[in-house]
Design a protein. Structure first.
Length: 357
């Protein structure tokens, strides 16, 4: 699979200690590599699967959101995304638990995996190792290995998403995933060359957002998951507040909150809408009406429209766009996008507390 050479676009970031720009722009190559070795992965799952739980947090957990979004229209078993320590009470031998943790040491996901073992659920693990990898070895669970040299979990989007989706295809829960992901890789390689180029579209969007906080609106499905990805990437890469909401739900609550204080919100918020050509007609109309209302209460309204026609390609296109916007926002302020000291401090303090118990 030919996708071009990663890193051909020089980094515009004044500081980037973990090479997040290179890891981000290498997404097509990362996905292609994951497709190559995911096809060789042999799953040892037997017996009927009547429900699926995806356990993961942060950059790993977004994969669960993607699976759940696809499940609405493509899967015949219900899907629950667990972003905590627990599993649903109904989990048992007919449950498949997909545990995704880049490091393998995510406390919430590790405890969820232990609970899965206790109730006899089938488990598939996506990880680079750690305690989760060791537990998988003990329990003889199939493991889709993630390269450990990726600088941060949020930069391993393709390396974690592809094997998880291929695993579901091989279990008979999703159809045609390998072919669709291969097409998405080819599309994304071309798209990356446009988005990562000097002065590319993400530069313009970052300039329009400036020092305001992005409020990202998406719609149900993969493009809605991309809105969640935009929010978390701005938070972690740019170290800036960001928010996300989905149509049509936001028309039943959030919109009412813009009835006053426009003099304040105009100074601090920029609305970003993530659009595609196959939106439900009523949702498309809602986007237009909401933009009209909010032009009065936000600093700017920015539309980002994916050029992809297939749901998976749409997600990765919009996700890559948002990833690059977040890096440009970091660069504008001289912020190092890689380290996340606030998150590391919380994890360290929690670990210290557990050790003292």
């Amino acid at each position: 699979m030919s996708t071009g050479e990663p890193g051909r676009h020089p980094s515009p970031l004044p500081v980037d200690s973990l090479n997040m720009w290179e890891a981000t722009t290498g997404l097509p190559e990362q996905m292609a590599a994951a497709l190559d070795w995911s096809g060789e992965h042999v799953l040892g799952i037997t017996g009927p699967i009547t429900n699926l739980v995806v356990a993961g947090m942060g950059g790993s957990g977004i994969i669960g959101d993607l699976v759940a979004a696809v499940a609405t229209t493509e899967m015949v078993v219900p899907v629950v995304v667990s972003k905590s320590y627990d599993l649903p009470a109904y989990c048992g031998p007919d449950t498949l638990v997909l545990c995704i943790s880049f490091s393998g040491d995510t406390a919430e996901t590790l405890e969820a995996a232990e609970r899965a073992a206790a109730v006899g659920a089938s488990v598939v693990v996506v990880t680079s190792g750690g305690a989760l990898g060791r537990l998988a070895d003990t329990e003889h669970w199939p493991v889709a290995p993630v390269p450990s040299d990726i600088p941060q979990p949020r930069a391993a989007l393709g390396a974690m998403a592809v094997p998880a989706l291929v695993a579901l295809e091989r279990l008979g829960l999703l159809e045609g995933i390998t072919t669709r992901l291969a097409a998405a890789v080819e599309f994304l390689a071309r798209r990356r060359d446009v988005l990562a180029a000097e002065g590319g579209p993400p530069v313009a969007v970052a300039r329009r957002i400036g020092r305001t906080f992005p409020l990202v609106h998406g719609s149900p499905g993969p493009s809605g998951v991309a809105a969640l990805r935009w929010r978390s990437q701005v938070q972690e890469n740019a170290k800036s507040p960001a928010f996300a909401s989905l149509q049509p739900e936001l028309c039943h609550n959030e919109l009412a909150g813009w009835g006053q204080d426009g003099d304040v919100t105009r100074q601090v918020l920029t609305l970003v809408t993530l659009r595609h050509d196959d939106e439900h007609p009523e949702i498309a109309r809602r986007f237009e009406l909401v933009a009209e209302v909010m032009e009065e209460v936000v600093g700017d309204v920015v539309e980002v429209r994916t050029e992809a026609s297939e749901p998976f390609a749409r997600f990765f296109d919009l996700a890559l766009f948002g990833d690059l916007v977040s890096l440009h926002l970091a660069g504008r302020e001289g912020v190092d996008p890689g380290p996340v000291p606030a998150l590391a401090d919380i994890k360290q303090r929690l670990a210290s507390g557990r050790a003292q118990e």
